[in-house]
Design a protein around this ligand. Structure first.
Ligand code: HEM
Length: 345
């Protein structure tokens, strides 16, 4: 498997001191992996990209050139390519595409090949060992949770059923904004965690909850050394990500899990009899019945999806509209026309 010269070095090294043997073994591991990867890369005909260093790939180049997306953009211009390959660690190839046709090739035509999800320490921790849907790699657990979400949580009838709850939350937000503008405190409904503030704003507990959700989002799928050297077994927290993400999960779940446990108990004791929200749906799901741990992990994941994706989409749309004033004008006119009372309040 390794080059014969390297094997020769090993067999003649029995008389060397222990340190020399160790150095040679490390060299063989590093060099051997490099040779295997190089050979495989050539066979697969990977797209162009920066020359990777043995074992560490382009990790150092990437860390030295922040923000990463600009570095990637510059590399694509430098290589004059709409498809780029960056190797990270000993064997992970990151493929970047910048043209819509190629993107469709990956996301539509070859979807089955590329739809697998990377297993990272952050996703493992957040999904509580892959008990959920969005972060779990394809498999039986993913299929089970996905079926439940598609049919019983994110379906059109459930969307309609939950409309009054969304209206209630929208009213809550608007009256908080109104109170901020008027600079007076009119008590509104309290939030979900803790008592909330007099003006309807988030209290200490909600602030900690949301801040921790955003911490999780910041570190979820973030570049972490450990994901590229899985044989370290998650034992050494090189970049501190593991500790940060574990603390954030614990902070979010201390609020959510308490409510989930209380709700499960209410159903078990027969105090609650009518389903009123998604949590009730998950608790009462039959065939398959979900465990409390699965429900807690899935609720955290829904919380992340519901906070992260829509806020990113809005931010992106606002940024695009600032660059396109005519569209911004049209959107403002549409809002003024559709809901004038909101802006007159
Ligand atoms: C603008 C808002 C949203 C965008 C742009 C968005 C985008 C996406 C994308 C790109 C995926 C695929 C991820 C992957 O395969 O790795 C995904 C999956 C998923 N999203 Fe969203 N999402 C949004 C909002 C939400 C919300 C609010 C929820 C739940 C309350 C949600 C629940 C899910 C679920 C359950 C999956 C996993 C589906 C599966 O595994 O097959 N999403 N979303």
């Amino acid at each position: 498997m390794f080059p014969s010269s390297v094997q020769l070095s090993l067999s003649s090294s029995t008389t060397f001191p222990v340190v020399s043997i160790s150095i040679i073994i490390i060299f063989i591991i590093f060099f051997g992996k490099y040779v295997i990867i190089k050979t495989t890369s050539n066979q697969l005909g990977l797209p162009p990209g920066p020359t990777p260093l043995p074992f560490i790939g382009c990790t150092i180049q990437m860390l030295l050139n922040r923000p990463t997306f600009r570095w990637i953009q510059e590399l694509m211009a430098q290589f004059k390519t709409p498809i780029l390959c960056i190797r990270l660690g000993p064997s992970t190839h990151v493929i970047v595409v910048s043209c819509p046709n190629l993107a469709c090739e990956f996301l539509r035509k070859q979807d089955i090949v590329f739809s697998s999800r990377p297993e990272t320490l952050s996703t493992y921790l957040v999904s509580d060992g892959y008990k959920t849907t969005i972060l779990s790699p394809p498999g039986d657990q993913w299929k089970k949770m996905r079926t439940i979400l598609v049919h019983d949580v994110l379906s059109p009838p459930i969307y309609k059923w939950l409309q009054p709850k969304r209206d209630e939350e929208a009213n809550h937000l608007l009256s908080y904004i109104h109170n901020q503008i008027e600079k007076h405190a009119t008590p509104t409904d309290s939030g979900f965690f803790g008592d909330g503030m007099e003006d309807g704003g988030p209290g200490e507990e909600e602030t900690e909850h949301v801040a921790s959700v955003f911490t999780i989002l910041k570190y979820l799928y973030a570049f972490s050394i450990i994901d590229f050297y899985p044989w370290l077994g998650g034992k050494i927290d090189f970049d501190g990500h593991q500790k940060i993400i574990k603390t954030a999960i614990q902070r979010v779940r201390k609020y959510q899990d308490r409510l989930i446990d209380e709700r499960i108990q209410m159903w078990n004791e027969g105090v609650r009899k009518v389903k009123d929200d998604v949590l009730d749906v998950l608790i009462n799901h039959e065939t398959p019945k979900l465990t409390a741990e699965e429900i807690k992990a899935q609720i955290l994941e829904i919380m992340l999806a519901a906070i992260d994706n829509p806020s990113n989409a809005i931010e992106w749309a606002m940024a695009e509209m600032i660059n396109e004033p005519t569209i911004l004008k049209r959107a403002t006119a549409e809002l003024d026309h559709e809901a004038p009372e909101i802006f007159e309040a």
